[in-house]
Design a binder for this molecule. Structure first.
Ligand code: FMN
Length: 195
């Protein structure tokens, strides 16, 4: 199984990264997998969509930067994790930049009518953390993630969101949430075993 984890937080080793590593470790403990962590904060050349319409003719983005190689990695993944802290009710700018650049895939699907479904087993998941407890604090991130996965023809698996974690390390000290993350990962592994 090929797992790609896209980390959107600019804060290294923060709560969302802890969440992702805990979930993914639980998967790899029971399911042989290759895992690639893609740290958007480490990308020097990451540019927003220009809205230029260049992709409408070819399905490919005209902006040539560090994101270009991610298209293929995402295409080849069986499981894709979008990982982000909540920033003003949405994903981080880094993650939203990546998502907007997949407008090239939207063009490929809806304008050029080229479906890309490598197989039916592929799943996308959202992992997100936030400082507050609000009922709706993750709603925009979930909607955006669902829209992203729909655009790339990957079925939405599920999401795991963690409220009330703010300072770096807060999640590392929260055994209850770490346990929940391990159970979430095991459940994903089970889903793939039965397919
Ligand atoms: C610019 C910024 C905006 C934020 N906006 C929100 C918000 O709208 N709601 C919320 O609950 N937490 C908000 N937070 C807190 C983060 O979501 C929280 O600290 C998260 O656990 C950080 O994850 P990380 O350590 O992976 O970066 C914000 C933090 C920053 C820096």
């Amino acid at each position: 199984m090929n797992i790609v984890v896209i980390l959107g937080s600019p804060r290294k080793k923060g709560n969302s990264q802890t969440l992702a590593e805990t979930v993914v470790s639980a998967i790899t403990a029971s399911h042989q997998s290759s895992v690639e962590y893609l740290y958007l904060h480490g990308m020097k050349d990451l540019n927003p969509c220009l809205g230029c319409g260049g992709c409408e003719k070819t399905g490919m983005c005209v902006v040539k930067d560090d994101l270009i190689e991610l298209y293929q990695k995402v295409d080849e993944a069986d499981i894709i994790f979008l990982v982000t802290p909540v920033y003003f009710y949405g994903p981080t700018a880094q993650l939203k930049t990546l998502i907007d650049r997949f407008q090239a895939r939207w063009s490929r699907k809806y304008l050029l009518h080229q479906r890309f479904r490598r197989n039916d087993k592929r799943r996308g998941y959202l992992l997100a953390t936030a400082a507050t407890k609000g009922d709706k604090v993750f709603d925009p991130c979930i909607l955006i993630a669902k829209s992203f996965f729909d655009t790339i023809d990957v079925d939405y698996g599920d999401d795991m969101v963690v409220r009330s974690v703010d300072e770096r390390g807060a999640l590392k000290n929260n055994d209850e949430e770490l346990d929940r993350a391990r159970r979430f990962g095991k459940e994903i592994a089970r889903t793939f075993e039965t397919r």
